[in-house]
Write a protein that binds this ligand. Structure first.
Ligand code: M6R
Length: 359
């Protein structure tokens, strides 16, 4: 039930802090150590490469988690679009492990890869919100997102739940492998900080609605820019805006602007910049100057540690490695309000179904 919310999407955005707290409860013991099926950890430990396969928002959750696995668990990761991977399979490593991300567990593009993976005899894990779903039944292992039903076609809480659960898994694997960065990463504390930070953003939703009105009310296109972790989240931010508000939106790696993209910027073009990582903050700020000089209407979302007083939205400080968990929330709200203010059916965008069961 939607309760006091006009649309499921807003309800599901609001549920994200609780979803993260529940994941921490379900998958961490009292001392904050991940509780993961030993057979699954052993199989992952033997793998020399992790292949993450998914579609749409779940694919974007894989992109956001690539650095998390590589940093915390010291395992090389390849993230693939399931629809491409099955028919254009890259050369596989000697001991691959396959991770399927799927909210519904029914996505046909992902399933066709899993069928092949099973024929090849490789181990697999499905992370899904749907117990007993096809992808869950057919994979070797399953981890449930426990996010509660996601009804809105635009996926929100599944994205953050997938990143959080992958982070817990990466921490568990890293500890098993004795990786120092995993030992040093306090996943329980970090997820708590994220949940609180999400709540702060959600409490500012009326202000975010104003920003949506100021920047996105009538535009036909918009750009998200960022580097590294902020680039990964830019892709999801753009997908959300496209999907429900029908704005032609794209996420760009900040540095790529000068390699062609910047020619798209005109007077008044909305450019939303995400800045969470000190290593690249000043470079992204440089990219902001470049687009501003060409007339862009720039909105900035920055993490406190790297924020300027002119930034429009400030995110609480968390480890930048998992910043997409937090930085995605204002972009979900920007998409939501843009769609709402244009009078669209936010939960049921045209031409789309919640689960895509054809290839
Ligand atoms: O159920 P899945 O996670 O496998 O679905 C994958 C995509 O179809 C899905 O994420 C889609 O892109 C969403 N509508 C995006 O909001």
């Amino acid at each position: 039930e939607k309760g006091p919310f006009p649309f499921y999407m807003l309800k599901e955005i609001n549920e994200q802090p609780a979803v993260l707290r529940r994941l921490a409860q379900d998958y961490l013991d009292e001392s904050g150590k991940p509780v993961i099926e030993p057979d699954l950890l052993a199989a992952l430990d033997q793998a020399d490469r992790l292949y993450i396969l998914a579609a749409g928002t779940s694919y974007n959750a894989g992109l956001a988690a690539k650095s998390v696995f590589e940093t915390l668990a010291n395992i090389p990761v390849e993230v693939g679009l399931a629809s491409e991977f099955g028919y254009n399979t890259p050369l596989l490593s000697k001991k691959p492990f396959f991770l399927f991300l799927s909210q519904s567990g029914e996505t046909a593009d992902s399933r066709q890869v899993l069928v092949k993976v099973n024929e090849w005899g490789y181990p697999s894990l499905t992370m899904t919100n749907a117990q007993g779903s096809t992808l869950s039944r057919e994979a070797t292992y399953t981890m449930l997102l426990n996010a509660g039903p996601e009804i809105a076609v635009a996926s929100t809480k599944a994205y953050t739940a997938q990143i959080a659960l992958q982070t817990i898994l990466a921490k568990g694997l890293g500890e098993k492998r004795g990786v120092k960065s995993a030992q040093d990463f306090n996943v329980r504390e970090q997820l708590g900080l994220v949940a609180n930070g999400m709540q702060t953003i959600i409490d500012e939703k009326d202000f975010i609605n104003q920003l949506a009105q100021n920047y996105l009310a009538t535009t036909r296109n918009a750009f998200y820019i960022g580097r590294g972790y902020d680039y990964a989240v830019s892709l999801e931010a753009a997908l959300k805006l496209k999907e429900i508000s029908y704005v032609q939106a794209e996420g760009f790696a900040g540095a790529e602007l000068k390699h062609g993209t910047i020619s798209l910027i005109e007077d008044g073009t909305p450019v939303i910049a995400i800045i969470t990582d000190a290593r690249v903050a000043s470079h992204t700020r440089g990219n902001i100057q470049e687009v501003r000089a060409r007339g862009a209407h720039v909105l900035t979302i920055a993490m406190e540690a790297v924020a300027d007083k002119e930034d429009n939205l400030i995110l609480a400080d968390i480890d930048p490695l998992i910043s997409p968990l937090l930085s995605v929330v204002p972009t979900q709200l920007l998409a939501y309000y843009t769609s709402l203010n244009r009078g669209y059916d936010v939960d049921k965008p045209r031409n789309l179904a919640k689960a895509v069961t054809v290839e």
